[in-house]
Design a protein around this ligand. Structure first.
Ligand code: 0FX
Length: 248
């Protein structure tokens, strides 16, 4: 049994990190928790809303990796947008909180691809190995998916599920007392470029109406300007969103 004492949370997602900080409140006397963000995230934004100070870690630097290995015995990726290099995952226990239901929808924006390809969606906590969102699963939970959900509706449900999973599993993880299961199959991995490919609507594409509705709701996420078509007259991008309202 390993009792983890020096723990690093690397994140680029503020809201999830605020929830995590609340979960560990009161346990700091037994353990040391440090928080770090990627160089492209806004340090002030994180420090304004977190109690703890925040470090900036560039995981491409070998000196950073060596120093993490030296200082910590457990590292969490809390929607960290940098890839964990092999040297890091081979030398420290690394655990990922993934906004998708593994092994379906590995990679980027899982709820988007779950709408497009009609796949289960949820949240997963797993050990990190050398492949993206692939390692042994510690726990996972599915969330409901309705015909009228947009990306944002699903995403909010997924984040809630991630926090629920963390609450349930964090004590076991910190004590090193958790069990894992092997993902049943390797699943599909979607990358940022796959998301970008979905954005431009080809106005001459033949598509079923349900296929088109699904594509639009997969790309409707609050104020984000995602899907668009090019107006042939002005050459301007015209952004498109969809609103779905089920009858009561
Ligand atoms: O932090 P996060 O929710 O998660 C993303 C990946 O989805 C996840 O698989 C990875 N492990 C993690 C490191 O990064 O990403 P976000 O806060 O940038 O975006 C949240 C949602 O917002 C996303 O699921 C879809 C939506 N979105 C985001 C951007 C930037 C859009 O619809 N359009 C956008 O341009």
């Amino acid at each position: 049994m390993t009792m983890y004492k020096n723990i690093l949370i690397i994140t680029d997602n503020l809201n999830l990190t605020i929830s995590f900080e609340k979960l560990i409140a009161g346990t700091e006397s037994e353990r040391n928790f440090d928080f770090a963000i990627s160089p492209f995230s806004d340090k002030n934004l994180f420090e304004n809303d977190l109690v703890q100070e925040v470090k900036v870690y560039d995981l491409k630097k070998t000196s950073t990796i060596s120093s993490i290995i030296e200082q910590y015995d457990l590292v969490f990726s809390m929607h960290c947008k940098q890839i964990f290099p092999s040297k890091l995952v081979q030398n420290v226990k690394c655990i990922n909180i993934h906004p998708g239901y593994n092994p379906f929808n590995r990679g980027w924006y899982p709820q988007v691809f779950s709408i497009i390809h009609d796949l289960p969606i949820g949240a997963t906590i797993h050990e990190i190995d050398e492949k993206l969102d692939n390692g042994p699963i510690i726990d996972r939970i599915q969330v409901d998916k309705n015909a009228w959900d947009t990306s944002l509706d699903l995403y909010e449900r997924v984040v809630e599920a991630e926090i629920k999973l963390l609450k349930k599993n964090l004590p076991k993880i910190l004590e090193g007392k958790y069990l894992t299961i092997k993902p049943e199959f390797s699943g599909k991995t979607y990358l940022k470029k796959d998301f970008k490919k979905l954005l431009e609507i080809d106005t001459s594409e033949k598509i079923t109406s349900i296929g088109f509705i699904n594509r639009l709701r997969a790309l409707t996420h609050g104020d984000y300007k995602n899907s668009y078509f090019i107006d042939p007259e002005t050459g301007k991008k015209i952004f498109v969103k969809i609103q779905l309202t089920p009858e009561i």
